[in-house]
Write a protein of this length. Structure first.
Length: 94
């Protein structure tokens, strides 16, 4: 039996709705993944900052960050050229 034009249209609309829902879910997954990556990065950066500056509070971190802000900002290219050895590599060398 052949489908009427109305049935074909309803079928297409249903598929469109399903695809829109799938798109919505995928966008949410991407956003969640990006959020988790950002959270991980913030934790790692905070841990490095705490380790090297021996910080014990958020207030101390804020003070150190403010103190170094202008220096880092004005010398960003110079700072990027400094070779960095990860903490794991450094511990293995000791």
């Amino acid at each position: 039996m052949r489908k009427s034009e109305e049935e074909k249209l309803a079928e297409i609309e249903l598929k469109m709705k399903q695809l829109q829902e799938k798109q919505k879910r995928l966008k949410a997954q991407i956003k969640e993944k990006e959020r988790k990556q950002r959270t991980r990065r913030l934790i790692q950066i905070g841990a490095i900052f705490e380790k090297w500056f021996e910080l014990e509070s958020i207030q101390e971190a804020e003070q150190v960050a403010r103190a170094f802000h202008e220096s880092v900002k004005s010398n960003r290219d110079k700072w990027k050229q400094i070779p960095v050895q990860s903490s794991n590599e450094k511990e293995n060398d000791d």
